[in-house]
Design a protein around this ligand. Structure first.
Ligand code: VTB
Length: 328
């Protein structure tokens, strides 16, 4: 958010921490249903909890990446206004439970996630697929190129990192549509981490290869998840490109209605999430970067990462919530 005056700047800084509460609430609600095999129920619990917390924030918020179009999602739908309406006009991208299937099976890396930017600064992406490529910070600009072959991208990344291609690990979603991509990456000698779902976490994992073991994310996932991942990378640093897959007239029309004027464009991370962006993610199940929610006798434990693009501050917040009534 622009630093018009000190008050606004301070509000923005407070909002960064307030966002943690929003994802914490969603994560705790979803975590109670971990492993229950019911994706819908877990998602609904996360949506309810996130919406309640979001409506407490002093913002004039509009959901631009949400649970779906108004007719298909009763809550946190695209266009829904959230917050107290007294405060800055902001756009919000959210996924109260990213990785519903992961949560339903209690497998690694499901998270509750939200990003906020000044009005008009997030890409209004339709719910279609997006081709994505992402790496973490510390590399010269232009190392990766969504239009280059996987082998060229891996070779360039290995050179920039100062390692052999065989020392790299690419994170790819385990989908039949990636059969060729997987074959091509394997042919280079690089390792692959196949994930079932959760490509927001997959992209974020590239920002800390030492901890996560992942150097690059490649492949096709949801476009909304692409915008959320771009917002996260804007805060931590890194490079990402994404191209909407608009392979039918219906999808092109839907995209046009949302303001997409160049359907074939490869968006950079900065084009998907512009200006000052703030971001928060809380672990639902244990993951590479975030621990899942812990239910203890006297408290609930959450692990959250909150960050802000203007300062690149990345805060990890491990909270012990003793007032359990707020999560009931
Ligand atoms: C991803 C992933 C999500 O959808 O974007 C993916 O991050 C893309 O769609 O967790 P497909 O499942 O059709 O491949 C999820 O897996 C589920 O929303």
């Amino acid at each position: 958010m622009a630093k018009q005056d000190e008050t606004e700047d301070r509000l923005d800084r407070i909002l960064t921490l307030e966002l943690a509460r929003v994802t914490e609430a969603a994560a705790v609600a979803a975590a109670r249903l971990r492993g229950h095999g019911d994706e819908k129920q877990a998602d609904q619990a996360a949506v309810d909890a996130m919406r309640t917390e979001l409506n407490r924030l002093p913002i004039n918020g509009k959901v631009v990446i949400g649970e779906g179009e108004r007719d298909e999602a009763p809550m946190l739908y695209i266009g829904e206004e959230v917050g107290t309406r007294k405060g800055p006009a902001v756009d919000i991208a959210l996924d109260p439970l990213e990785g519903t299937t992961i949560c339903a099976k209690n497998q690694p890396n499901s998270i509750a996630v939200i990003a906020m930017a000044e009005r008009g600064n997030l890409l209004y992406a339709p719910d279609v697929y997006m081709d994505k490529i992402a790496i973490g910070p510390g590399y010269p600009a232009g190392v990766i190129d969504i239009d280059a072959t996987p082998s060229d991208n891996l070779a360039a990344l290995a050179k920039a990192k100062g390692v052999a291609v065989q020392d790299l690990t690419a994170c790819i979603m385990d989908r039949p549509r990636h059969a060729r991509l997987i074959e091509e990456v394997r042919a280079t000698g690089a390792a692959i981490r196949l994930i079932g779902d959760g490509d927001v976490a997959g992209v974020i994992d590239t920002t800390d290869p030492e901890q996560t073991g992942i150097d690059i994310y490649i492949g096709i996932g949801g476009a909304p998840e692409g915008v959320l991942a771009a917002a996260a990378l804007r805060c931590i640093g890194g490079q990402m490109q994404g191209r909407l897959i608009l392979d039918t007239q219906e999808k092109r029309d839907r995209a046009a209605k949302m303001g997409v004027t160049e359907p074939d464009k490869a968006y950079t991370m900065e084009e998907m999430a512009k200006g000052d962006v703030i971001f928060s993610a809380t672990g639902v199940t244990d993951g590479n970067m975030l621990e899942g929610v812990r239910f203890s006798r006297n408290y609930i434990g959450t692990h959250t990462v909150v960050m802000r693009s203007s300062t690149h501050t990345v805060r990890e917040i491990k909270a012990r919530h003793h007032d359990l009534s707020k999560f009931s």
